[in-house]
Design a protein around this ligand. Structure first.
Ligand code: JFZ
Length: 441
């Protein structure tokens, strides 16, 4: 171990942080942007009259394309309207503090110039621009953390995809009795080198976000090896728990045991109670990660703002997805929602960034977040009688409406059974109004 550490110190001049120091920016950030973008963004989940169920990024699998047939999509990938700076600006304006781009999704097509593959945007596509590089540079310039998603599952690579065997469907495959003996070669000679390229050539990577951990060919030994490999290159980067085999279903948190990974990844759902470890809920605005124009099942802006608050009140981060189209545009429906969230976070960000889970029970009217001796009451349902009822063990020193620039103090009364704050009759915000409460010692 000592030798390994010495080797590490030589390789990298970066100061190795403690785990708490390393996680700090991420814990304080609370809100990030997921971007699912690839050759599937051209397809939009449609093949003739057939529409893929669920996520359109699964088009290759769900619309039954063979490996050869599917290759024409990377050959067409030419998103001439892609503007990394504009994307980053939209994320920042929404109040997001980091961006996670799908460098390679299950389809296997890479959005950077990979030396171990010609199935990437430089070698296979007319676009011939390194998307990872452009987005990394735009993030750096605009001061937001750049992060990468990478899929362990690869439906294109011959040693990883399962068409080698009859009745072997690698996309779903989690049957340990069916083994792909080629997979370790894919891991050693392709996947690991690709991850290495992403960590060596694009500056600081905030988070490496793995996915596809469920296939049985991928082992916990590979997961631990990969985690160490990543931290050897970038000691202070953060890696999600899908790097190893410890995740328990959609809840996304780790089972008991020794598994690599720095945070849990519940997907499309928010846990009921606060979890006493690091976690990040990832979610779509409609029902698809990849661009899917047939899916108009958009969550409202109000719902998304309340989801952000709910997640922060339980100690998590919110990674909210955008599926840009094949030209490189964010859908207008997504932009509207980003704008609405930005309007809210600009006014109420104090109650979100750096805030912690509330120790108090979830109130009927909304949620609490906390920073030191300040409690933020996020009110979803504003009281019709103008009296906000707080948990009875909250001792109010001073209460104000967070967005009230005149800082007018609200009066409050505490009885043995309840604490009431005299708030304005009209809700200050149409979505979530925040009452700031300084606690008495
Ligand atoms: C995966 C991908 O298959 C999907 O396309 C998308 O990228 C999403 C973010 O991740 O899907 C998952 C991953 C994990 C679970 C379910 C779907 N899970 O935790 O049960």
């Amino acid at each position: 171990v000592l030798n390994a550490n010495l080797g590490l110190a030589q390789k990298s001049n970066v100061k190795k942080l403690s785990d708490d120091e390393r996680m700090e920016w991420w814990r304080d950030s609370k809100f990030g942007m997921f971007i699912h973008w690839g050759a599937y963004s051209i397809i939009g989940g449609e093949r003739g009259t057939k529409i893929a169920g669920g996520g359109a990024e699964w088009a290759m699998d769900k619309l039954d394309y063979t490996v050869e047939e599917y290759e024409k999509f990377p050959e067409m990938f030419n998103p001439v309207m892609f503007d990394a700076d504009a994307w980053v600006t939209m994320a920042k304006n929404a109040g997001m503090k980091y961006i996670v781009l799908t460098s390679k999704h299950h389809e296997g097509f890479g959005l950077w110039d990979s030396k171990v593959s010609d199935y990437d945007v430089i070698d296979k596509s007319p676009f011939k621009r390194d998307i990872v590089k452009e987005l990394a540079e735009a993030c750096k310039k605009q001061g937001i953390k750049f992060c990468l998603y990478y899929s362990i599952v690869d439906w294109h690579h011959p040693q990883a995809q399962g068409n080698l065997f009859p009745n072997y469907n690698i996309s779903q495959h989690d049957d340990p009795s069916v083994v792909n003996p080629e997979f370790p070669k894919y891991y050693e000679n392709y996947m690991k080198p690709q991850v290495g390229e992403l960590l060596k050539n694009y500056g600081d990577i905030g988070v490496v976000w793995f996915d596809g951990d469920w296939i049985s060919d991928y082992t916990t030994e590979m997961g631990k090896d990969l985690y160490k490999y990543i931290r050897d290159i970038q000691p202070n980067t953060i890696v999600n728990n899908r790097v190893d085999k410890g995740r328990m279903g959609m809840e996304g948190m780790n089972a008991e045991g020794n598994f690599a990974g720095d945070f849990g990844t519940p997907e499309q759902e928010i846990p009921d109670t606060g979890i006493d470890s690091d976690w990040e809920a990832c979610m779509t605005m409609n029902g698809s990660w990849g661009y899917k124009p047939s899916d108009n099942n958009w969550k409202s802006s109000e719902d998304l703002i309340q989801k952000l608050v709910d997640i922060v009140s339980k100690g998590g981060n919110f990674l909210l997805n955008i599926g840009p189209d094949g030209f490189g545009r964010f859908p207008a429906e997504s932009i509207r929602r980003l704008d609405a969230m930005g309007e809210w976070t600009k006014k109420n960000g104090e109650a979100i960034y750096g805030a912690k889970a509330s120790p108090y029970d979830k109130p009927k009217w909304g949620r609490y977040t906390q920073k030191g001796n300040v409690i933020y009451a996020h009110v979803f349902d504003w009281p019709k009688d103008g009296l906000l009822k707080l948990n009875k063990n909250i001792k109010v020193k001073k209460a104000t409406v967070l967005t009230d620039n005149s800082n007018t103090e609200l009066s409050s009364i505490a009885t043995s059974r309840e604490v009431l704050v005299d708030v304005p009759m009209l809700a200050p915000d149409a979505t979530v109004s925040v009452v700031k409460i300084e606690l008495a010692k």
